[in-house]
Design a protein around this ligand. Structure first.
Ligand code: 5AD
Length: 372
């Protein structure tokens, strides 16, 4: 699929034409990854963050968040719950937390890998290669790091660099830092996942078409995309007349009709197109999508290209503090209730709960090819 076709789908608003896109995405999903929906148990293990991302409620300057870090034993209790629920993967997610020490997390990973059959996915932000290598060595299987936008100028505008440490792990200044990291993660043998926010202020249709092309050229194993949801305590979520907003408002010459809307329909388009550019990828119907449409967002995502759901198994008392955006879906539901509800929803769609780890088929084929 070429860039022009991607762009024209992104601008398409005729419901009949869009039905064609949903159909071809759903057929591709069924043919390439089947009817199983893999469930990944998500543990948000720390909400400390050293960064100041202009959209995220966990950004360091946001003092209104109660910060927490789970202990090893709290994490392992959640992990046992994931095994008991029958899920095949644990996702360990956090802010970019310097308090997460290399050896500590390596020990958690070793513990999970030696006591359970779970695949381990990490999502802990931009870290040094030595950290990534140690965690891979400890048994981590997959790493998620959204590049958020492939437009480097926009990326830099909303991701101020880490200050104070004097060291950067990211590499050259002309390459997108997260794309560089994704390439290194792949070399280390991780299954690699990325994705974008849809409708970031300043993001154009051309930018989003580039993002989707990049999914294809990176041959991503996992692609997570959700709508941008304004958080009032951040520069990008502050009211446009407030001073907090001024420094990250779009600065490029941008016509208003170039701005990608941060809405549900655009999210389905991106999920469907992601399925077409990376047919074998594991693609979640994200919580941000479910936040825009609580009753149907997940199921519509699953019918338009997605094949994964990531139920939250973080202990209830910490959930609300993982405040990346407001009114997050599934903050109060228990893990068991979520499991029950999903089983019913999936059955109604004619889909089944995935068995086993739900590894990336493209990763398996790529490593087989390498072995010759
Ligand atoms: N709206 C939508 N998604 C957000 N994320 C962070 N803040 C927001 C927001 N305000 C997403 C980012 C990040 C992921 C963990 O959550 O894409 O990579």
């Amino acid at each position: 699929m070429d860039r022009r076709t991607i762009l024209s789908w992104l601008r398409q608003n005729d419901p009949r034409r869009l039905n064609e896109l949903w159909t071809v995405a759903d057929e591709t999903r069924r043919r390439e990854v089947g009817d199983q929906v893999h469930l990944r148990g998500l543990i948000e293990f720390s909400n400390y963050c050293a960064r100041q991302c202009a959209y995220c409620g966990l950004q360091a300057p946001h003092v209104g968040v109660e910060r927490y870090r789970l202990t090893k034993s709290e994490i392992l209790t959640c992990v046992q719950q994931i095994v008991d629920l029958g899920y095949g993967t644990v996702v360990l997610q956090s802010g970019e937390d310097p308090g997460t020490k290399r050896e500590w997390l390596a020990d958690v990973i070793r513990n999970i890998k030696s006591n359970t059959p779970l695949a381990v996915t990490l999502s802990a932000g931009e870290r040094c290669d030595d950290d990534f290598a140690a965690w891979r060595e400890a048994g981590a299987d997959r790493y998620l790091l959204r590049f958020e936008t492939s437009n480097l100028e926009l990326f830099q505008r909303i991701h101020p660099p880490l200050t104070g440490t004097g060291k950067s792990c990211a590499g050259s200044e002309t390459e997108h830092p997260r794309v560089a990291i994704l390439r290194r993660l792949r070399k280390m043998g991780y299954e690699v996942g990325s994705g974008v926010m849809i409708g970031i202020p300043g993001q154009t249709f051309e930018d989003l078409a580039d993002d989707i092309e990049l999914f294809g050229s990176l041959e991503l194993d996992m692609i997570g995309c959700g709508p941008f949801i304004p958080h009032p305590a951040t520069p990008l979520g502050a009211r446009s007349d407030s001073p907090a907003c001024a420094h990250s408002a779009p600065t490029r010459d941008q016509r208003p009709d170039d701005q990608v809307p941060a809405d549900e329909l655009m999210t389905y388009k991106v999920i469907a197109l992601a399925r077409l550019v990376c047919p074998r990828a594991n693609i979640p119907a994200t919580t941000a999508l479910a936040t825009l449409n609580r009753s149907e967002g997940r199921t519509l995502g699953l019918q338009r290209g997605a094949n994964v759901v990531m139920p939250n198994v973080t202990p209830a008392r910490y959930r609300a503090a993982y405040d990346i955006y407001p009114d997050k879906a599934c903050v109060v539901e228990t893990a068991e209730a979520c499991r029950e509800r999903l089983a019913v929803q999936l059955a109604a769609l004619g889909r089944t709960v995935g068995c086993g780890r739900g590894d990336s088929r493209s990763h398996a084929l790529r490593t087989q090819a390498l072995r010759g």
